[in-house]
Design a protein around this ligand. Structure first.
Ligand code: PLP
Length: 356
């Protein structure tokens, strides 16, 4: 039985997207690929509201996230950490041989502009990594305000993970001045996993030129050279790029404002539902994710049992990430999901809880 996905990625993929993945194969050095590549990267630039370079990486998000630190950290990196994925990014940065500090706040809290300002004011760092939407805790940090602070530090290259937020709300990468914005496609893009996207400003590409040990697969300069010919350095996941092409069309057909509003409505519904049913919300007001709700188990429910029962009913449900397992649960409301879908999962949770 297929379990309908309500976990925070991968999420359900529309049948027409799966069908687009079955488009007959082309060679990536054929003109047909260059046309597809240009079309997709142009549409991504429109979605991201940027004129910067947009690259397609055949990898999960962490491939491009690792590539970003390998290419862009010359001196020392400040890794802002407020959950499992940002903690991991710090470990990845260190494992790439980079000098780096983990600037930690407790899980559930946001990274604030004040913290970014105080950290960069030390003058120790030439790069930062920051996760906009910490999927492990459901915390969304205030990116526009942080971006404003970053403008005070023109020598610092900003590497921002929008893995679980891009396309669910307005993130105008160009206007915000993000040097390298990285995201995968199995979350708010509602595509199967295996493709990541990253941007690079001229400043980021200039930085990469002076950084040794960039490797090959994620070398930003290789990507830039290939992109001149509407191509990628290595064979790309062409089927997924076909799917991305269609998904971008679907986004523009829905209308970006409508898409952002739909995500807000789903988030508001799930938050209200959780609190009415005696659960808490893990992130503080003002920092709650628009793509997933991380609820605290204040009602004392056996979450493992709930997950099992929902699985038997055909729903994939998440009972907390890492050290939050059993203490919190997460409901995804992103991608192609609608209010009806989130009502379906909350309804199913209620049915199971009544039976228990
Ligand atoms: C915020 C965030 N960053 C990074 C990742 C890692 O992405 P991937 O598994 O595609 O490498 C995830 C995955 O859930 C995530 O939620």
């Amino acid at each position: 039985m297929h379990k309908k996905l309500f976990i925070p990625g991968p999420v359900e993929v529309a049948p027409e997207i799966l069908k687009a993945m079955g488009t007959p194969m082309i060679g990536h050095r054929m003109p047909e690929y260059a046309k597809l590549h240009k079309g997709v990267t142009d549409k991504l630039k429109q979605l991201l509201a940027t004129q910067d370079r947009v690259f397609l990486s055949t990898s999960s998000a962490f491939g491009a996230m690792e590539g970003a630190v390998r290419n862009l950290v010359a001196k020392r990196c400040a890794n802002f950490c407020n959950g499992a994925f940002s903690d991991k990014w710090h470990n990845v940065t260190v494992s790439c041989g980079k000098e780096a500090d983990a600037i930690k706040v407790p899980w559930g809290e946001a990274i604030t502009p004040e913290l970014v300002d105080a950290t960069l004011a030390t003058g120790k760092y030439d790069a930062i990594t920051l996760i906009h939407n910490e999927t492990s805790t459901g915390v969304m940090s205030p990116l526009p305000e942080i971006a404003q602070v970053l403008k005070k530090y023109p020598d610092v290259v900003s590497i921002i993970d929008t893995v679980s937020s891009m396309s669910a709300l307005n993130i105008p990468v160009g206007e915000l001045g993000i040097d390298c914005c990285v995201f995968g496609v199995q979350k708010a893009f509602a595509l199967p996993p295996g493709l990541a996207v990253f941007t690079a400003t001229p400043k980021a590409l200039e930085r990469a030129k002076g950084v040794p040990g960039r490797g090959y697969y994620f070398d930003f300069l290789e990507f830039a050279a290939a992109d001149e010919k509407d191509n990628t350095p290595s064979t790309p996941c062409i089927s997924l790029i076909y799917a991305m092409d269609l998904q971008l069309d679907r986004m523009f057909t829905e209308g970006l404002e409508n898409r952002w509003r739909r995500h807000q409505e789903m988030a508001q519904f799930v938050r209200a539902w959780a609190t009415e049913r005696g659960f808490g919300l893990f992130p503080a007001e003002g920092y709650r994710s628009v793509t997933l709700t991380c609820a605290t188990n204040d009602a004392g429910v056996d979450l493992a049992q709930l997950k099992k029962a929902l699985g038997e009913k055909g729903y994939a449900f998440d009972d907390g990430y890492g050290k939050l397992k059993g203490k919190t649960f997460r409901v995804a409301h992103m991608g192609d999901m609608t209010l009806e879908d989130v009502k379906e999962i909350t309804g199913a949770i209620e049915t199971v809880l009544k039976q228990q």
